[in-house]
Design a binder for this molecule. Sequence first.
Ligand SMILES: [Zn+2]
Length: 92
Amino acid sequence: MTSLRDGKGHRAYRRKQAALKRRTASENLPCYWCGSPIDTTLPINDPMEFTADHPEAVGNGGHLVRQELAPMHRRCNALKSDSAPVEIWGAS
Ligand SMILES: [Zn+2]
């Protein structure tokens, strides 16, 4: 079985990531996971580097309603993968 990320949507996914990175830089968007600012100029593989991922189970009882990406530190993205955040947006 092949990964979904290698499929048709991959190019669009990368383009969305790039767009979000620009927005993160221009609007100082915080990390989805920890709420701290993200320095988009950090080198690749820096733990605090910008990454983007789909926040899973946001609102609506856990359904992915939109293919929105959220900015996250590389470190936080890794943490997210290990657990199941559910109500990050709704908490504020
Ligand atoms: Zn973070």
